[in-house]
Design a protein around this ligand. Structure first.
Ligand code: GLA
Length: 432
């Protein structure tokens, strides 16, 4: 574990009923002085994130090189290019917004006035005025993964500060500080912040991030978390031959790691396959990886939607090409991610490099992904009887990237899938 931690740091990181009491308070209102203290009487669910959160997060593209200008320009770009209207409303500051490096025992937690001259509340107001939300980052350690002051011992104080700023999302990161801690300690420390957030009676989506070191998914929902990472950091690779630097997961690794955890995903509680690498093109200031092709990024995006992972874009929104924007704003694929049933797709067929993933949707239709992990083009076939267990005589097949109905069939549907592509289909039962 220590070796892993060292690697993490060296790479710069590249190292309630349902809180009925608390929800509904608009995030920009000042925190109520009457705080909640009787947690035992509450269901710890905050009632938020009924569908996987969508937005942008600063880490994958920018690392700690973040500032007010970047955030404002990102919000403006998301309004302008249609992303906000497609559902991407969270704009999340990751590590690097803090003023001080070092231990919380030696420094307070404040924003860096050089990076954020008008402060964080200014940005939250700016986001709210445009129908968006602002997220922030801290952790239960004395310091964070990138070495800035953490929240250890100051949880209530920090939650109150975030509330006074109007923060809507908190990524609470124990990836480095708690790498060697037991699940009990990790749970205790995530719970402390959960209670502190709930006490503020504001709507804050809570991300408990522990890089998969402990099985956070088994209990995080019960302590009020809305999403939790299922593994270590993603790298900007679709398929890298081995676990990069014994730490980073490529897209296929991440899918393999999280696909068995589907039973933990439900409205308000999501397995987080990590922030998206779509459009990074190897230009990340912090992630390793040489980038992926357009089709590989599209497959990655489609699979995150199938797996009901949060969709937090990591690339530079101010500089997206047309293909990437089309990928990120495909309303039919986003509808698969945001479906009200809140299921994570299961792998229903595995023929080596050719896999089928499927999940039922709230209108009774099914989302199906035909994933070709291999670089060579193949024909793939889905049978709703054999693969999905449906007794339908016929099925209507729609291709969500072609935006086209492909017909109604009484035999299994076969389609050509190019290397590293995932065909995303919606199968529905015809009326008669
Ligand atoms: C960890 C997390 C990353 C990012 C960095 C910030 O590595 O897994 O997503 O938040 O810390 O330092």
């Amino acid at each position: 574990m220590m070796t892993l931690l060292k690697t993490v740091r060296l790479t710069g990181m590249a190292a309630l009923a349902a809180l009925a009491l608390g929800s509904g308070v608009h995030a920009t209102e000042p925190a109520s002085p009457e705080k909640i203290t009787n947690f035992e009487a509450l269901n710890m669910s905050n009632g938020l994130a009924k569908t996987p959160p969508m937005g942008w997060s600063s880490w994958n593209g920018f690392g700690v090189a973040i500032n007010e200008k970047l955030v404002i320009e990102t919000i403006d770009a998301m309004v302008e290019n249609g992303m906000r209207d497609a559902g991407y409303v969270y704009v999340n500051l990751d590590d690097g917004w803090q003023r001080y490096e070092g231990s919380r025992e030696d420094h307070p937690l404040e924003y860096d006035p050089e990076k954020f001259p008008r402060g964080i509340k200014y940005l939250a107001d700016y986001a709210h005025e445009r129908g968006m939300k602002l997220g922030i980052y801290s952790g239960p350690g004395k310091d964070t993964c990138a070495g800035y002051t953490g929240s250890a011992g100051h949880e209530a104080e920090d939650a109150a500060m975030f509330a006074s700023w109007g923060i809507d999302h908190l990524k609470y990161d124990a990836c480095c500080s708690h790498v060697n801690e037991s699940a009990e300690v990790v749970r205790r420390d995530f719970l402390t912040m959960s209670k502190a957030l709930i006490a503020e009676k504001q709507d804050v989506v809570y991300h408990t991030c522990h890089c998969g070191w402990t099985n956070v998914w088994e209990w995080a929902g019960d302590i009020g978390a809305n999403h939790w990472r299922i593994g270590q950091d993603i790298s900007d690779d679709f398929d890298y031959p081995e676990n990069r630097e014994q730490y980073y997961f490529d897209v296929l690794d991440m899918i393999d790691r999280g696909v068995e955890l589907g039973r933990y995903a439900k409205p308000g509680q999501w397995n987080d396959f990590d922030m998206l690498i779509v459009g990074l093109d190897g230009k990340s200031k912090t992630l390793v990886g040489a980038g992926a092709s357009n089709i590989e990024y599209r497959t990655h995006f489609s699979m995150w939607a199938m797996l009901a992972s949060p969709l937090l874009v990591g690339s530079d929104i101010r500089d997206l090409d047309r293909y990437t924007l089309e990928t990120l704003t495909n309303k039919e694929v986003i509808a698969i991610s945001q479906d009200a049933l809140g299921l994570q797709a299961e792998k229903v067929r595995d023929d080596g490099d050719h896999e089928i993933y499927a999940k039922e949707l709230s209108d009774g239709s099914w989302a199906v992904a035909l994933l070709n992990r291999n670089g060579t083009t193949v024909d793939m076939t889905v049978s709703w009887k054999r693969d999905l267990g449906l007794q339908w005589e016929r099925a209507t097949v729609r291709d969500l990237w072609d935006h086209e109905d492909k017909g109604t069939y009484d035999i299994p549907y076969t389609v050509e899938v190019i290397g590293h592509e995932a065909k995303i289909l919606r199968l529905s039962k015809p009326a008669n």
